[in-house]
Every structure is written in C-alpha cells, then in structure tokens.
Design a protein around this ligand. Structure first.
Ligand SMILES: C[S@@+](CC[C@H](N)C(=O)[O-])C[C@H]1O[C@@H](n2cnc3c(N)ncnc32)[C@H](O)[C@@H]1O
Length: 293
C-alpha cells in the first residue's frame, strides 16, 4: 500500500489498483489492461477508426481522444498501443484531479503490466504535463489536465483542447463518484463535441439513469459489448451509425417502469422513477422515432 492506493487481485486473478479515497477497485473484473482493450479499444472500434483516419488525407489532422479519469493510465496506454500499428497522429488528453494513481501504477507496472514501453512517456507526462513521442507508426501528443472535470467541462471559454473523436469515460462508480455522472455533466460534455466530427463515448456503466442522462444530453445511446466481467456496457455517439445496438422501444418501456431511471441533477443523488417531463423528452429522442421496437 502507498499514497492512497493499494495493489489487489481482481476477480480473474490479475492485479488491479484500489483507491482508498473512493474505497473502490478500478477495473475490478478482468484487470486494467484487459478491460481497457475490451471496453475502449475494441468497444470504440479504434483500430479500424485509426486506420481509416490515417489514410483519410490530412496528416496534420490528429485523432483526438479524451481520457476522462487518467487514473493509472491503463486506458490511455491501451489506446496509444493500438495506434502504433496504423499510425494516425494521435492526441490524448487525459483528465484527472491528480497524478497520484499514475505514479503508483508506474511503481507497480511489473504487476499491473499496463504501461510497458509507455512508462517513459508516462513519467514525462507527470513531470512536464505534456509529452510528444513516436510510438510505432503513431506520432503521439499526450497531455494531462489536472482539476475537477465537472468544473473544467463547464467553463464558459472554449477549452484549449481540440474536440474529441473518442471519449474514454472512466470515473469511479456512480455510487462512489456521483458528481461525474450527472445530467449537467453529460450536457456540458456533449456541448464540447464538434458536430462535424464523429465522436464515440464508451463507459462501463449500463445504468438506466446514466443512459437516460446521455440521451437527454443529446447523445445517441446503445448497448456496448462485454468486458469479460460485465455482460453489457454503454456506447454513445453523436452519430447513429457509430452505435451498433441503439437502445430501442423495449429499453424505453423498461426505463418507464424502472424505479431509478431519473437522471441525476443535484444532490442527494439516487433512485427516482422518471418524471413526466423526462419521459416526454426521452420518448421524443430521435433514435426512438427511427428504431423499430
Ligand atoms: C476508475 S479510476 C480511472 C482508471 C483509469 N482510467 C485507468 O485506466 O487506470 C477513476 C479516476 O477518475 C478520477 N476522478 C474522479 N472524479 C473526478 C473529477 N471530478 N475530476 C477529475 N477526475 C476525477 C479519479 O481521481 C480516478 O483517478
């Protein structure tokens, strides 16, 4: 144990990191690397999207990933490794309150097996705030942004980071970290997208209230794949075609019956059925008008 984190064995026997402050293990099912690859790299179809981006013409046009919850860097590292083969210019913007978990992960990479060849760039990221390096065919620019993401995402002025093509949405769980799962946060996040830039968001939660929040914020929302431990996750996007399995009328009916589907706005957060106003908004979302139920 050190500095607020400890190494633990997760369910499949791999090593993971427990945050003592949140009393929660990150990637508790299959460990950080396997979950990062299943949920974010394959879930967002990144190898194919990187390949398509690399041949799309303008080499100055970076593929931009927002890594929300840098933590121990497992998700960012898996994405950077995935770009090495196809080699678009890759910009990763990692958000967190602190680099404490990344420092811990660097000291324990022998057990965690996440950073590997990216340990050097990760150490420079901690020190300098930004690191530029070549990783296989990919020219990578990795930036860290320290602060409260709920504040950063809602600032009035345009952010200095480009709009994302992909979002790795990985805070702690809604119970432990509720301020990161509110409707206002998802509305602010959607407001940061460039409508002309297709963007996909993957997250491990499949909660009805979280999916309802993403829908009300303006995302198209669908079921994401399994991570090995979780049967289903969530994939959202600003394009219907980016979501393989959009939520449909059956999901909408289940949400209507649920006792905990109302999006969270202000504390106390918790389970409430949909209000009439939310139900009206939800059932009028474009994806339910065109998805057969
Ligand atoms: C599950 S861990 C992330 C694991 C990480 N993605 C990885 O691959 O190792 C969640 C992270 O979200 C960060 N976090 C939680 N609330 C936050 C907030 N309001 N602003 C910024 N970061 C936050 C925590 O500090 C923590 O590092």
């Amino acid at each position: 144990m050190s500095d607020g984190f400890e190494l633990v064995r997760v369910r499949n026997g791999a090593w993971g990191i427990r945050s003592l402050a949140y009393d929660e293990v990150c990637h508790p099912g299959v460990g950080p690397r396997a979950e990062a690859e299943a949920l974010y790299v394959r879930g967002l179809d990144l190898p194919r999207r990187f390949g398509a981006h690399a041949v799309s013409g303008d080499s100055r046009d970076e593929f931009v990933v927002w890594d929300i919850g840098l933590g121990g860097g497992a998700n960012a590292a898996a994405v950077i490794d995935a770009a090495a083969a196809s080699g678009p210019g890759l910009r990763v913007v990692s958000f967190d309150r602190s680099v404490g978990q990344l420092e811990f992960a660097l000291r324990h990479d022998a057990e965690l097996a996440c950073l590997g060849a990216l340990a050097g760039p990760a150490a420079r990221l901690i020190e300098d705030g930004e690191v530029l390096f070549q990783h296989g065919n990919a020219a990578v620019r990795w930036t860290r942004v320290l602060g409260d993401f709920t504040v950063l995402v809602a600032l009035q002025e345009p952010p200095p980071w480009p709009a994302p093509h992909a979002i790795l949405f990985d805070p702690h769980s809604p119970i432990a970290n509720p301020e990161m799962w509110t409707l206002p946060l998802f509305q602010a996040l959607h407001g940061r997208l460039d409508p002309n830039r297709p963007c996909g968001l993957a997250t491990y939660s499949r909660s009805t209230a979280i999916r309802a929040s993403l829908l009300l914020a303006g995302f198209v929302v669908g079921a994401g794949g399994s991570t090995g431990a979780k049967e289903e996750t969530t994939l959202a996007a600003n394009r219907l075609e980016w979501v393989g399995r959009p939520l449909d009328a059956r999901w909408l009916e289940r949400a209507r019956r649920s006792r905990a589907a109302e999006p969270w706005t202000t504390p106390p957060f918790g389970g409430r059925p949909l209000s009439d106003a939310t139900w009206e908004c939800l059932r009028n979302q474009p994806q339910f008008r065109i998805t057969p139920g």
